[in-house]
Ligand binder design. Structure first.
Ligand SMILES: [Zn+2]
Ligand SMILES: [Zn+2]
Length: 387
């Protein structure tokens, strides 16, 4: 029944997705997208509330029978990327594009809303629909939580349409699926001097460069070889002029991991290497900023097995697809940490060629991922509440 309904709403979802694709909005500025979502919910008679301090929307579908509460989530934001392809639904906003498929997520969750309303009497519990703003910016799950919007939710379910998974297939695996990601900034202090008299100064450029090199040994020499970790210095700024010894350097970096313990261990390792390397050159290093970003997305064995059962019932056993975890981050991890939940990747990649990567100007999704996502959202919610 769910599958037939999903196919029935496919043209509705395609139309919505293409409209959103043509009118992309950046993180935390999804004003028109949010209005469109609210308009569609109103048409369906689904009550909703805006989450203050964001453009996020939380809608509530009460089933015909009492039971638990599950939340389904779709993110809504686009990216500051110029669309380079030329589909008929090409972005009409210069330099802004749905290059991660969130247009598809929003359309598919609205499709799922239709299916759930059609089957409402059979639903044993409550289904919340969380249309989230600002995912590419760290998301707004925490705001929703602070405002009390996650109260009473027993479980959450999230989908990312993924181009590296061929359309028709779905990756639903236990364990780490996406990486935790933290940020940090180091300030290296030296002493300025004339370029001709390095002996009178302390060169922050030399110290910072050595720190960049030495930090590479965290992953290569300090982590257990089978652990997954990533230390990236993405930005290094230093100095004033070509003929002056730099008095200061700033390093900005990004840390990624699957093992949550690493999030606490990284700053200790970084400080030890940075402070001692700086000291070797008479300079000083100080960590002036460290932000814990989003934790890793980790599916429990039990939830993944249940998800696989639902997927197999809907689409057959051949649908399941093996995909290694991604080093990208996803703030849905915060939602999962808070209430427990499952995160899956629905195939959106073409079958006849290499997909363009996410966050690339040529990115696009196969729209058959829409009805599959909508069906999976609805079926997962119904089956979870039936458990
Ligand atoms: Zn993205
Ligand atoms: Zn994304």
């Amino acid at each position: 029944m769910v599958l037939e309904l999903a196919k029935q709403y496919q043209s509705y979802m395609v139309e919505l997705r293409r409209h959103l694709h043509m009118h992309p909005e950046l993180s935390l500025k999804e004003f028109e997208t949010s209005k469109l979502v609210q308009r569609e919910l109103e048409k369906l008679g689904i009550p909703f509330k805006e989450v203050p301090g964001s453009t996020s929307v939380m809608a509530t579908i009460r089933g015909g029978k009492p039971g638990k509460t599950i939340a389904l989530r779709a993110d809504m934001d686009a990216l500051p990327i110029q669309e380079l392809g030329d589909p008929p639904y090409k972005s009409q906003v210069e330099g802004v594009m749905h290059a991660c498929g969130h247009d598809g997520h929003t359309a598919a969750l609205l499709g799922a809303a239709h299916i759930l309303m059609d089957l409402r009497e059979e639903i044993a519990g409550t289904v919340k629909l969380f249309f989230e703003s600002g995912e590419e910016f760290g998301g707004t799950v925490q705001i929703a939580d602070k405002e009390g919007y996650l109260e009473g939710i027993d479980h959450c379910f999230g989908i990312h349409i993924w181009a590296d998974v061929p359309v028709g297939r779905i990756s639903c695996a236990p364990g780490a699926r996406m990486a935790g990601t933290d940020l940090f900034t180091l300030k290296i202090t030296g002493k300025g001097a004339h370029a001709s008299t390095p002996n009178q100064g302390i060169d922050a450029v030399v110290a910072a460069s050595s720190i960049v090199m030495n930090l590479q040994t965290i992953v290569s020499r300090e982590l257990f070889p089978q652990d997954v970790g990533l230390v990236t210095i993405g930005k290094l700024t230093a100095g004033q002029r070509f003929n002056a010894i730099a008095d200061e350097a700033i390093l900005e970096g990004n840390l990624r991991y699957f093992d949550p313990a690493l999030s606490d261990q990284y700053p200790v390792m970084i400080n030890r290497i940075a402070e001692n390397t700086a000291a070797a050159f008479r300079a000083k290093s100080e960590m002036i900023y460290h932000l814990k970003g989003t934790p890793a997305v980790i599916n429990s064995e039990e939830d993944a097995a249940f998800g696989q059962k639902v997927i197999t019932e809907l689409f057959g056993g051949d649908c399941l697809y093996d995909m290694p975890p991604l080093m990208a981050g996803e703030d849905f991890a915060i939602f999962m940490e808070r209430v427990g939940g499952l995160f899956v990747f629905v195939g959106g990649g073409p079958l006849d060629r290499e997909p363009a990567p996410h966050h690339n100007g040529h990115f696009d999704i196969d729209e058959d991922s829409l009805w599959m996502s909508a069906a999976l959202h609805a079926k997962y919610a119904i089956e979870y509440l039936r458990k």
